[in-house]
Design a protein around this ligand. Structure first.
Ligand code: SF4
Length: 328
Protein backbone atom coordinates (compact mmCIF):
# COMPACT_ATOMS: atom_id res chain seq x y z
CA UNK A 1 0.00 0.00 0.00
CA UNK A 2 1.29 3.47 -0.79
CA UNK A 3 -0.06 6.17 1.49
CA UNK A 4 0.91 9.14 -0.69
CA UNK A 5 0.56 11.57 2.16
CA UNK A 6 2.91 9.72 4.50
CA UNK A 7 5.00 12.63 5.85
CA UNK A 8 8.20 10.58 5.56
CA UNK A 9 7.36 9.36 2.06
CA UNK A 10 7.29 5.69 3.07
CA UNK A 11 5.57 2.96 1.11
CA UNK A 12 3.54 0.80 3.48
CA UNK A 13 4.61 -2.67 2.38
CA UNK A 14 5.55 -5.79 4.35
CA UNK A 15 9.12 -4.57 4.97
CA UNK A 16 8.00 -1.19 6.35
CA UNK A 17 5.53 -2.90 8.67
CA UNK A 18 8.22 -5.35 9.82
CA UNK A 19 10.61 -2.50 10.58
CA UNK A 20 8.18 -0.92 13.07
CA UNK A 21 6.93 -4.22 14.54
CA UNK A 22 9.35 -4.29 17.53
CA UNK A 23 8.03 -0.88 18.65
CA UNK A 24 4.34 -1.58 18.00
CA UNK A 25 4.61 -4.93 19.82
CA UNK A 26 6.33 -3.24 22.79
CA UNK A 27 3.68 -0.49 22.93
CA UNK A 28 0.82 -2.97 22.69
CA UNK A 29 2.38 -5.01 25.55
CA UNK A 30 2.77 -1.83 27.64
CA UNK A 31 -0.85 -0.93 26.98
CA UNK A 32 -1.99 -4.20 28.54
CA UNK A 33 0.40 -3.87 31.50
CA UNK A 34 -0.61 -0.28 32.28
CA UNK A 35 -4.34 -0.66 31.50
CA UNK A 36 -3.93 2.07 28.88
CA UNK A 37 -5.84 3.19 25.82
CA UNK A 38 -4.35 5.15 22.90
CA UNK A 39 -6.50 7.82 21.26
CA UNK A 40 -5.03 8.75 17.88
CA UNK A 41 -6.14 11.80 15.93
CA UNK A 42 -6.66 11.28 12.18
CA UNK A 43 -3.79 13.67 11.46
CA UNK A 44 -1.03 11.65 13.19
CA UNK A 45 1.17 9.25 11.26
CA UNK A 46 -0.21 5.92 9.97
CA UNK A 47 2.02 3.73 12.16
CA UNK A 48 0.35 5.22 15.26
CA UNK A 49 -3.19 5.02 13.84
CA UNK A 50 -2.93 1.48 12.49
CA UNK A 51 -0.10 0.09 14.65
CA UNK A 52 -1.13 1.02 18.19
CA UNK A 53 -4.20 3.30 18.20
CA UNK A 54 -7.36 2.00 19.88
CA UNK A 55 -9.60 4.75 18.56
CA UNK A 56 -8.99 7.14 15.66
CA UNK A 57 -11.00 10.18 14.67
CA UNK A 58 -11.41 13.91 15.09
CA UNK A 59 -11.31 15.81 18.36
CA UNK A 60 -15.06 15.37 19.00
CA UNK A 61 -15.03 11.60 18.46
CA UNK A 62 -11.95 11.21 20.63
CA UNK A 63 -13.46 13.36 23.38
CA UNK A 64 -16.48 11.00 23.41
CA UNK A 65 -14.10 8.03 23.67
CA UNK A 66 -12.19 9.74 26.51
CA UNK A 67 -15.48 10.36 28.33
CA UNK A 68 -16.48 6.68 27.95
CA UNK A 69 -13.04 5.34 28.85
CA UNK A 70 -12.48 3.36 32.06
CA UNK A 71 -8.75 2.91 31.35
CA UNK A 72 -6.20 3.91 34.00
CA UNK A 73 -4.02 5.67 31.41
CA UNK A 74 -4.98 7.61 28.28
CA UNK A 75 -2.23 8.31 25.78
CA UNK A 76 -3.41 11.11 23.51
CA UNK A 77 -1.58 11.09 20.20
CA UNK A 78 -2.76 14.44 18.89
CA UNK A 79 -2.11 17.89 20.30
CA UNK A 80 -2.12 19.22 23.86
CA UNK A 81 -5.56 20.88 23.88
CA UNK A 82 -7.12 17.52 22.91
CA UNK A 83 -5.33 15.76 25.77
CA UNK A 84 -6.61 18.48 28.10
CA UNK A 85 -10.15 17.71 26.91
CA UNK A 86 -9.54 14.03 27.68
CA UNK A 87 -8.39 14.97 31.20
CA UNK A 88 -11.44 17.21 31.68
CA UNK A 89 -13.78 14.34 30.75
CA UNK A 90 -11.86 11.48 32.34
CA UNK A 91 -10.32 13.05 35.47
CA UNK A 92 -9.52 9.76 37.17
CA UNK A 93 -7.20 8.66 34.37
CA UNK A 94 -3.57 9.60 33.97
CA UNK A 95 -3.54 11.44 30.63
CA UNK A 96 -0.23 11.69 28.83
CA UNK A 97 0.95 13.39 25.64
CA UNK A 98 3.85 12.09 23.55
CA UNK A 99 5.23 15.61 22.97
CA UNK A 100 4.40 18.66 25.12
CA UNK A 101 5.36 20.98 22.24
CA UNK A 102 2.38 19.75 20.19
CA UNK A 103 0.48 23.03 20.34
CA UNK A 104 -2.00 24.45 17.84
CA UNK A 105 -2.02 27.82 16.05
CA UNK A 106 -5.77 28.04 16.64
CA UNK A 107 -6.06 26.96 20.27
CA UNK A 108 -3.02 29.01 21.28
CA UNK A 109 -4.36 32.21 19.68
CA UNK A 110 -6.49 33.19 22.70
CA UNK A 111 -6.24 33.01 26.50
CA UNK A 112 -8.83 32.81 29.25
CA UNK A 113 -8.14 36.48 30.07
CA UNK A 114 -8.93 37.40 26.43
CA UNK A 115 -12.32 35.67 26.75
CA UNK A 116 -13.07 37.59 29.95
CA UNK A 117 -12.25 40.84 28.13
CA UNK A 118 -14.63 39.91 25.28
CA UNK A 119 -17.41 39.30 27.82
CA UNK A 120 -16.89 42.77 29.29
CA UNK A 121 -17.00 44.31 25.79
CA UNK A 122 -20.17 42.40 24.80
CA UNK A 123 -22.31 41.90 27.91
CA UNK A 124 -25.12 39.36 27.59
CA UNK A 125 -23.58 37.53 24.61
CA UNK A 126 -22.83 33.89 25.44
CA UNK A 127 -19.34 32.62 24.61
CA UNK A 128 -19.32 29.66 22.24
CA UNK A 129 -15.94 27.98 21.98
CA UNK A 130 -14.83 25.62 19.27
CA UNK A 131 -13.53 22.34 20.70
CA UNK A 132 -10.12 23.34 19.31
CA UNK A 133 -9.42 25.50 22.35
CA UNK A 134 -7.44 25.18 25.57
CA UNK A 135 -8.95 24.04 28.88
CA UNK A 136 -8.51 27.61 30.15
CA UNK A 137 -10.65 29.00 27.31
CA UNK A 138 -13.29 26.28 27.74
CA UNK A 139 -13.47 27.16 31.45
CA UNK A 140 -14.37 30.76 30.52
CA UNK A 141 -16.95 29.78 27.87
CA UNK A 142 -20.64 28.87 28.06
CA UNK A 143 -20.81 26.06 25.53
CA UNK A 144 -18.35 24.11 23.45
CA UNK A 145 -19.06 23.16 19.82
CA UNK A 146 -17.47 21.08 17.08
CA UNK A 147 -17.29 21.68 13.34
CA UNK A 148 -20.12 19.14 13.03
CA UNK A 149 -22.59 20.61 15.54
CA UNK A 150 -21.72 24.35 15.59
CA UNK A 151 -24.60 25.39 13.29
CA UNK A 152 -27.30 23.53 15.24
CA UNK A 153 -26.01 24.60 18.65
CA UNK A 154 -25.61 28.30 17.77
CA UNK A 155 -29.07 28.25 16.14
CA UNK A 156 -30.55 26.78 19.33
CA UNK A 157 -29.19 29.53 21.61
CA UNK A 158 -31.89 32.11 22.44
CA UNK A 159 -29.57 35.14 22.51
CA UNK A 160 -29.47 37.33 19.37
CA UNK A 161 -25.70 37.75 19.61
CA UNK A 162 -22.94 35.25 20.38
CA UNK A 163 -19.16 35.45 20.80
CA UNK A 164 -17.46 32.66 18.87
CA UNK A 165 -13.84 31.77 19.70
CA UNK A 166 -11.12 31.15 18.62
CA UNK A 167 -11.58 30.58 14.85
CA UNK A 168 -12.19 33.71 12.75
CA UNK A 169 -12.61 31.68 9.53
CA UNK A 170 -15.07 29.22 11.01
CA UNK A 171 -16.99 32.23 12.32
CA UNK A 172 -17.23 33.51 8.71
CA UNK A 173 -18.53 30.12 7.59
CA UNK A 174 -20.94 30.04 10.53
CA UNK A 175 -22.39 33.45 9.53
CA UNK A 176 -22.83 32.23 5.95
CA UNK A 177 -24.61 29.04 7.07
CA UNK A 178 -26.89 30.94 9.48
CA UNK A 179 -27.83 33.32 6.63
CA UNK A 180 -28.54 30.31 4.41
CA UNK A 181 -30.80 28.86 7.13
CA UNK A 182 -32.57 32.19 7.64
CA UNK A 183 -31.34 32.46 11.25
CA UNK A 184 -30.85 36.06 12.40
CA UNK A 185 -27.93 36.15 14.82
CA UNK A 186 -24.86 38.34 15.25
CA UNK A 187 -21.65 36.33 15.47
CA UNK A 188 -18.68 38.18 16.99
CA UNK A 189 -15.35 36.42 16.76
CA UNK A 190 -11.74 36.48 17.89
CA UNK A 191 -8.86 36.33 15.44
CA UNK A 192 -7.36 32.82 15.49
CA UNK A 193 -6.92 30.57 12.48
CA UNK A 194 -5.69 27.06 11.81
CA UNK A 195 -2.36 27.42 9.99
CA UNK A 196 -3.20 24.36 7.87
CA UNK A 197 -6.68 25.32 6.66
CA UNK A 198 -5.99 29.07 6.45
CA UNK A 199 -3.44 28.41 3.68
CA UNK A 200 -5.89 27.14 1.04
CA UNK A 201 -7.02 29.54 -1.71
CA UNK A 202 -9.82 29.64 -4.29
CA UNK A 203 -7.11 29.79 -6.99
CA UNK A 204 -5.99 26.26 -6.05
CA UNK A 205 -9.54 25.05 -6.59
CA UNK A 206 -10.02 26.67 -10.01
CA UNK A 207 -6.64 25.41 -11.21
CA UNK A 208 -7.41 21.87 -10.03
CA UNK A 209 -10.88 21.92 -11.62
CA UNK A 210 -9.40 22.94 -14.98
CA UNK A 211 -6.90 20.03 -14.83
CA UNK A 212 -9.23 17.33 -13.47
CA UNK A 213 -12.76 17.36 -14.99
CA UNK A 214 -15.36 15.89 -12.64
CA UNK A 215 -13.22 16.71 -9.60
CA UNK A 216 -15.00 16.97 -6.25
CA UNK A 217 -13.55 19.54 -3.86
CA UNK A 218 -14.03 18.72 -0.18
CA UNK A 219 -13.22 21.38 2.44
CA UNK A 220 -13.18 21.73 6.22
CA UNK A 221 -15.02 24.73 7.76
CA UNK A 222 -11.72 26.00 9.18
CA UNK A 223 -10.92 27.07 5.57
CA UNK A 224 -11.49 30.68 4.44
CA UNK A 225 -15.07 31.48 3.39
CA UNK A 226 -14.14 32.01 -0.29
CA UNK A 227 -12.58 28.53 -0.32
CA UNK A 228 -15.58 26.97 1.41
CA UNK A 229 -18.00 28.60 -1.02
CA UNK A 230 -16.03 27.27 -4.02
CA UNK A 231 -15.99 23.68 -2.66
CA UNK A 232 -18.52 20.95 -3.51
CA UNK A 233 -18.80 19.88 0.11
CA UNK A 234 -17.88 21.49 3.44
CA UNK A 235 -18.00 19.49 6.64
CA UNK A 236 -16.29 18.13 9.71
CA UNK A 237 -13.56 15.53 9.39
CA UNK A 238 -16.08 12.73 9.90
CA UNK A 239 -18.51 14.25 7.40
CA UNK A 240 -15.72 14.72 4.83
CA UNK A 241 -14.81 11.02 5.07
CA UNK A 242 -18.45 9.99 4.73
CA UNK A 243 -18.94 12.25 1.70
CA UNK A 244 -15.92 10.80 -0.12
CA UNK A 245 -16.94 7.22 0.65
CA UNK A 246 -20.51 7.78 -0.51
CA UNK A 247 -19.92 9.99 -3.58
CA UNK A 248 -18.87 8.84 -7.02
CA UNK A 249 -16.22 11.05 -8.66
CA UNK A 250 -13.07 10.43 -10.70
CA UNK A 251 -10.92 12.58 -8.40
CA UNK A 252 -11.09 14.37 -5.05
CA UNK A 253 -9.23 17.42 -3.78
CA UNK A 254 -9.19 17.36 0.02
CA UNK A 255 -8.66 20.81 1.54
CA UNK A 256 -7.53 19.63 4.94
CA UNK A 257 -4.60 18.03 6.73
CA UNK A 258 -2.78 15.28 4.84
CA UNK A 259 -3.40 12.66 7.52
CA UNK A 260 -7.05 12.48 6.55
CA UNK A 261 -6.11 11.73 2.97
CA UNK A 262 -3.80 8.98 4.25
CA UNK A 263 -6.71 7.43 6.16
CA UNK A 264 -8.95 7.60 3.09
CA UNK A 265 -6.28 5.99 0.93
CA UNK A 266 -6.33 3.07 3.34
CA UNK A 267 -10.08 2.91 4.00
CA UNK A 268 -11.35 3.81 0.49
CA UNK A 269 -8.54 2.51 -1.76
CA UNK A 270 -10.66 2.78 -4.93
CA UNK A 271 -10.76 6.60 -4.64
CA UNK A 272 -8.23 8.88 -6.37
CA UNK A 273 -6.90 11.98 -4.62
CA UNK A 274 -4.99 14.80 -6.22
CA UNK A 275 -2.42 16.83 -4.30
CA UNK A 276 -3.38 19.79 -2.19
CA UNK A 277 -3.50 18.72 1.43
CA UNK A 278 -1.06 20.17 3.96
CA UNK A 279 0.81 18.88 7.00
CA UNK A 280 0.21 20.09 10.54
CA UNK A 281 3.67 20.37 12.12
CA UNK A 282 2.23 19.96 15.61
CA UNK A 283 0.49 16.68 14.84
CA UNK A 284 3.65 15.37 13.22
CA UNK A 285 5.57 15.76 16.51
CA UNK A 286 3.95 12.49 17.59
CA UNK A 287 5.97 9.33 16.96
CA UNK A 288 5.94 5.70 18.04
CA UNK A 289 9.08 6.27 20.13
CA UNK A 290 7.46 9.15 22.03
CA UNK A 291 4.24 7.15 22.52
CA UNK A 292 6.33 4.28 23.96
CA UNK A 293 8.21 6.62 26.32
CA UNK A 294 5.04 8.37 27.50
CA UNK A 295 3.50 4.98 28.25
CA UNK A 296 6.52 3.26 29.81
CA UNK A 297 7.62 6.04 32.14
CA UNK A 298 6.13 9.47 31.43
CA UNK A 299 8.21 12.54 32.21
CA UNK A 300 6.40 15.25 34.24
CA UNK A 301 6.03 17.40 31.11
CA UNK A 302 4.18 14.54 29.37
CA UNK A 303 1.52 14.27 32.11
CA UNK A 304 -1.51 16.54 31.73
CA UNK A 305 -2.59 18.16 34.98
CA UNK A 306 -5.39 20.70 35.46
CA UNK A 307 -6.48 22.80 38.40
CA UNK A 308 -9.69 21.14 39.69
CA UNK A 309 -11.79 24.34 39.69
CA UNK A 310 -10.74 25.08 36.10
CA UNK A 311 -11.42 21.46 35.09
CA UNK A 312 -14.94 21.57 36.55
CA UNK A 313 -15.76 24.83 34.74
CA UNK A 314 -14.38 23.48 31.46
CA UNK A 315 -16.33 20.26 31.99
CA UNK A 316 -19.61 22.20 32.35
CA UNK A 317 -18.90 23.91 29.01
CA UNK A 318 -18.36 20.57 27.25
CA UNK A 319 -21.29 18.84 28.98
CA UNK A 320 -23.56 21.67 27.78
CA UNK A 321 -22.55 20.69 24.24
CA UNK A 322 -23.51 17.07 24.88
CA UNK A 323 -26.89 18.33 26.20
CA UNK A 324 -27.56 20.59 23.19
CA UNK A 325 -26.23 18.41 20.41
CA UNK A 326 -29.13 17.05 18.33
CA UNK A 327 -29.75 13.35 19.08
CA UNK A 328 -30.20 11.18 15.99
S1 SF4 B 1 -4.45 21.13 12.00
FE1 SF4 B 1 -4.81 23.26 12.62
S2 SF4 B 1 -6.37 23.12 14.24
FE2 SF4 B 1 -5.47 21.05 13.98
S3 SF4 B 1 -3.80 20.97 15.49
FE3 SF4 B 1 -2.89 21.65 13.54
S4 SF4 B 1 -2.91 23.90 13.68
FE4 SF4 B 1 -4.33 23.14 15.23
Amino acid sequence: MNVACDPRGRVWNYETCRSIAPLTLEINRLKREKDAVILAHSYVEPEIIYGVGDFTGDSYYLSVKARESRASVIVFAGVVFMAETAKILSPGATVVVPDRASGCSLADSISGADVRRLRVLHPGAPVVCYINSTAEVKAESDVCVTSGNVYDIVTSLPEPRVIFVPDRLMADNLRAELRRRGVKKDVLSSDGTCMVHDAFTPGQISQARSQFPGLKVVAHPECPADVASAADFVGSTGAMMKYVKETAAPYYLMLTECGLVGRLEVEAPEKRFIGGCRLCPYMKLNSLEKVRDALASPRPDQIVTLDEDLRLRASRCIERMFELVPKN
